[in-house]
Design a binder for this molecule. Structure first.
Ligand code: SF4
Length: 348
């Protein structure tokens, strides 16, 4: 069951409540490279990203952010560290949400940010990181997860005392267990939660950490928006997030299966699977496609697939719902299979 949370809106993208889990990523160029950043945003959106975050580290960046805001309709989150004046400037420049760590500001400064966000109807993501938990807090609360929860709860109550509830919560740690434990605690606060394992590392390691951390929480019904943080192209983050949501049936998309291949395989399976996956990865329909190395296990293993292909003595057999219906040469198989995919996806 989904953890109940308030709904907030970020430029037409509703998060929280019963809304679909939104995918986020973050640009990794200087925002002053407006053209490059726009191109990166565009690629992310084409791959399924709903909301983009952009670092706004100084005044020059605010001007570029304003330019960016004018040139795209994608919801943009301004990521601010330390300087409350930048948070206010980013809101005035058209940010659809801002992300701050209230611990980096005095209460007077935080009040100015809250007042400005309220006046402009802009939600605030309150972020707490594992790295900001000090020894005293750790000693007082027993575990880092409980210390992070206590810190975040304190901020939430402060925002509520200022009558500002347009908030999204995030608690991040580089440690997967800590991330999961803390998010399970903050779920009780009832606000939308942004999930991610922070600084998760390079592509392979980062995918594993994020899949465990975000996946465990999504399976608990926790999480309203996700970012798969990777030291990689932001598009990799978006594709990974989408794969995760499709795998958990939280987003429409093609379920793709391919076998690990063994000595029975008689075709270039990896090449075929890669080409077919690239072809279907951005389709929004709920179909299952299987690419198998041989027909020994192929028909059985892809029996519940809408469409499957399996190697067969150098040829390739096509299956529809487990029933073989066509045999083609291996050389033509990928292109012909794409046409078969077109037929069933257009029919949907
Ligand atoms: S489908 Fe065939 S090739 Fe693939 S793993 Fe199973 S037995 Fe091996």
């Amino acid at each position: 069951m989904r953890n109940p949370t308030r709904q907030i809106n970020i430029r037409g993208v509703a998060i929280g409540g019963d809304n679909p889990v939104a995918i986020q990523s973050m640009t990794n160029l200087s925002v002053t490279d407006v053209e490059g950043t726009l191109a990166q945003i565009q690629r992310c959106v084409q791959n399924g990203c709903d909301i983009m975050r952009v670092a706004v580290p100084n005044k020059t960046a605010v001007a570029s952010f304003a330019e960016l805001r004018k040139r795209t309709d994608v919801p943009l989150v301004a990521d601010i560290h330390f300087d409350y004046r930048l948070a206010i400037a980013a809101v005035e420049a058209g940010a659809d949400k801002i992300r701050i760590n209230p611990g980096n500001m005095s209460l007077t400064q935080l009040d100015s940010v809250i007042d400005c966000a309220k006046a402009n109807g802009v939600p605030i993501r309150i972020g707490v990181n594992g790295g900001s938990v000090n020894k005293q807090a750790l000693a007082a609360h027993g575990s880092k997860a409980e210390a992070m929860y206590a810190s975040l709860e304190q901020y939430v109550r402060y925002f509520e005392s200022r009558n500002f509830t347009d908030i999204v919560l995030s608690v991040k740690s580089t440690d997967v267990r800590e991330t999961v434990d803390t998010n399970r605690l903050i779920a009780a606060l009832g606000y939308p939660i942004h999930l991610g394992v922070t600084e998760a590392g390079l592509l392979r390691q980062g995918l594993v950490k994020n899949s465990i951390g975000i996946g465990a929480l999504l399976l608990d019904g926790i999480g309203d928006t996700i970012r798969v943080s990777l030291t990689s192209d932001p598009v990799d983050e978006v594709q990974a997030a989408k794969d995760m949501l499709v795998a958990l049936k939280l987003r429409q998309g093609v379920t793709f299966v391919s076998c690990p291949k063994c000595g029975r395989c008689s075709i270039d399976l990896e090449n075929a699977a890669t080409q077919i996956y690239d072809y279907v990865r951005n389709m929004k329909c709920d179909v299952k496609i299987a690419v198998m190395g041989c027909e020994v296990n192929g028909p059985g293993e892809c029996g519940d697939a809408d469409l499957g292909m399996a190697g067969a003595n150098g040829n390739v057999v096509f299956f529809r719902h487990g029933q073989r219906y066509k045999t083609v040469s291996a050389a033509d198989a990928v292109e012909l299979f794409k046409r078969e995919i077109d037929k069933i996806t257009n029919a949907d």
